[in-house]
Design a protein around this ligand. Structure first.
Ligand code: FES
Length: 364
């Protein structure tokens, strides 16, 4: 029995070693030369083979969303590969649905460019640009959340839709040896094209540590964008906004858009927090209540002590949905928060007969 186990262990070890040697050889020895990259049947580039599709596109200044720095752990970097992508790797499969696999969708960070390759990407990704910005203001919102204001170089502008996001690059720093990009929703008005604001909550991750512990006023940052299909849609329905923590960011951009354009729609913002200490930008929310056509901020606190003087709603934010929304009302919902929170809110909204195509969400 022990001979069988030892033999199995040796064979497994040799297989693993062989796989590592092949990977290293592929990385450092294999020379794929120049290959053609054709995008959307109209744009053709000659590129060096051997890099991931994500990096190859980035070298051509075409930016695909990627929140994990190309490690295959966010699922953001999907691209349709029509020819030349090779086999779908085991690292891609968990992120691709059967329909996506059928439709030749790949994770561009895992798919390597080794031969002529033909891909399709959404046209709007050609509008994504890279910017070098300067941090001009940092404000503490709560114990964990800071608001950062960035200035673009003189004369440069960024145009985006209210609700979209950008990706900020965290460079190497003391204690971190890798460069990563992380996604953050823009929290500011689309009218202020020379500035961007973001809300960043400290999680201990590479980028939040960089932003909270190393960045100061005057720091220069690289970012790119805009990205995302979560943004304001205009119609006459009542707007239901639901967020927690930094999920406030895209909602704030939408509120500024409504104010700047004098949009006359009823809107309610249900914000889930634990205690009053987790509420922030309250003066600004009051300003929106005064200046927008019909807007109310409706925070719900889940951990407020019984004997506190808090007079607002208590419990989970889904309780507010159940309590305030009418059955089959004419609503459009914008949800920003964790996947678990969003799933429970979508269930509450569906119970009110709000169809999925009237529910937009931004998971983070
Ligand atoms: S960049 Fe995150 S999975 Fe590809």
């Amino acid at each position: 029995m022990s001979t069988v186990l030892t033999t199995t262990a040796i064979i497994s070890g040799l297989c693993a070693l062989f796989a590592i040697i092949l990977t290293i050889a592929d990385k450092y020895i294999a020379d794929y030369g120049e290959v053609n990259l054709i995008i959307n049947d109209e744009k053709e580039y000659t590129v060096d083979g051997g890099n991931s599709l994500l990096d190859t596109l980035r070298n051509e200044k075409i930016f695909i969303p990627s929140a994990c720095g190309g490690k295959g752990s966010c699922g953001y970097c999907k691209v349709k590969v029509l020819e030349g992508g090779g086999q779908v790797l085991a690292t891609e499969k968990p992120w691709l649905s059967p329909e996506e696999l059928q439709d030749n969708i790949r994770l561009s960070c895992q798919c390597k460019v080794k031969e002529n390759i033909k891909i399709e990407i959404p046209e709007e990704l050609f509008n994504v640009k890279e910017y070098k910005v300067t941090v001009v203001d940092i404000q503490k919102m709560t114990d964990k959340i800071k608001k950062f204001r960035f200035q673009l170089p003189e004369g440069e502008k960024i145009s985006f839709k209210p609700g979209q996001y950008i990706q900020i690059k965290a460079p190497e720093y003391e204690g971190n040896t890798e460069e990563v990009y992380r996604a953050y929703s823009v929290a500011s008005s689309i009218k202020d094209e020379n500035h961007l604001e973001v809300l960043i909550g400290y999680t201990g991750g590479i980028c939040t540590t960089y932003m909270h512990k190393f960045v100061e006023v005057g720091t220069e940052l690289d970012l790119n964008g805009p990205y995302g299909d979560f943004y304001y849609h205009d119609d006459d329905s009542e707007i239901v906004m639901v967020a927690a923590g930094t999920g406030f960011a895209p909602i704030r951009s939408i509120l500024y858009h409504m104010k700047d354009n004098d949009i006359k729609r009823k809107a309610r913002f249900y914000f889930g927090a634990r205690t009053e200490d987790d509420l922030f930008l309250l003066d600004e929310l009051k300003m929106f209540e005064e200046e927008l056509y019909d807007f109310k901020f409706m925070p719900t606190l889940s951990r407020v002590p019984e004997d506190s003087s808090w007079v607002g709603d208590r419990g989970r934010v889904t309780n507010s949905i159940d309590k305030y929304l009418q059955d089959s009302g004419n609503y459009t919902a914008y949800l920003c928060g964790s996947p678990v929170m969003i799933q429970s809110i979508v269930e509450s909204l569906n119970k009110k007969n709000i169809p999925d195509d009237k529910i937009y969400f931004d998971e983070f």
